[in-house]
Design a protein. Structure first.
Length: 258
């Protein structure tokens, strides 16, 4: 029997939805050192992402043919079904209705009023505790959106996030989203006109420049960085050849807890 507790508002899983999982697996194996193990799940096999000996995410196929690749963030909630109803009441959309995931818990895929997708998730065995995230593991998550005021109201009402505003430099005001006094994610209005709102997960790496260089060598791109952010660390973003950006970050020690 697990003695782990649920930590509502914590991002507990990340999943790459792609039509070419094998290409993505090879890419992230070279760039971030991730490995893959297949686990039986229902009638099929789910391919888990491992950083060292720790499961941190997985690979899934899109439910709609031709859909672009994207990283889906899973956030812990007390009650998936109840939260999904609140999402709709607050102007969001339930893309995939609540369902049980064999051996894992219960989930639903939703989108906020501006279209940023994520998953609500209640793990069957509780959430992993907050700890110092080593290299290869997730260390932050960040919503890039066009209407920050509307987004802040939505996530406050649906997920119980409070926010603290800070100076984001040229990108404008940056909001840290918290629940229970713990910072869980960021929110920024820095979004190009031709890009829709999305969640950007951050991975802890030992060398941001080297990770981005490896990504470029393998055909990936670097949407921004590497750059130093005072008081935070060094960071940048990369995409594998199929798209779907993630950020890589060498955080200062105080920022490395997840």
């Amino acid at each position: 029997m697990s003695d782990r507790k649920w930590l509502p508002g914590k991002f507990v899983w990340f999943e790459l939805v792609t039509n070419d999982a094998k290409k993505a697996q090879a890419f992230y194996g070279e760039v971030l050192g991730w490995t893959v193990r297949g686990f039986p799940m229902g009638p099929g096999t789910y391919e888990m992402i491992y950083a060292g000996d720790t499961m941190i995410g997985g690979y899934a196929s899109p439910t709609t043919k031709g859909a672009p690749s994207l990283w889906l963030s899973y956030v812990s909630v007390e009650d998936v079904d109840a939260t999904a109803r609140i999402v709709v009441a607050c102007g969001g959309e339930v893309i995939e209705p609540a369902r049980d995931v064999p051996g894992a818990g219960r989930m639903a895929r939703i989108a906020d009023p501006q279209g940023a997708a994520m998953c609500l998730f209640t793990r069957a065995d509780g959430d992993p505790p907050d700890e110092l995230a080593p290299a290869g593991r997730w260390v932050w998550n960040e919503l890039h959106t066009r209407d920050t005021k509307r987004a802040l109201a939505f996530y406050k009402d649906t997920l119980g996030f409070s926010d603290a505003a800070m100076d984001g430099g040229p990108s404008g005001t940056y909001h840290v989203l918290s629940r229970g006094g713990v910072g869980r994610a960021g929110l920024t209005g820095a979004l190009p006109e031709d890009v829709g709102p999305y969640w950007l997960p951050y991975v802890h790496v030992d060398d941001v420049d080297a990770a981005i260089a490896r990504a470029r060598k393998l055909g990936g791109t670097a949407p921004f960085g590497p750059e130093d952010v005072p008081g935070i660390g060094r960071l940048g973003a990369l995409t594998y050849p199929g798209g779907a950006p993630i950020a890589v970050m060498k955080p200062l020690p105080k920022m490395a807890t997840r």
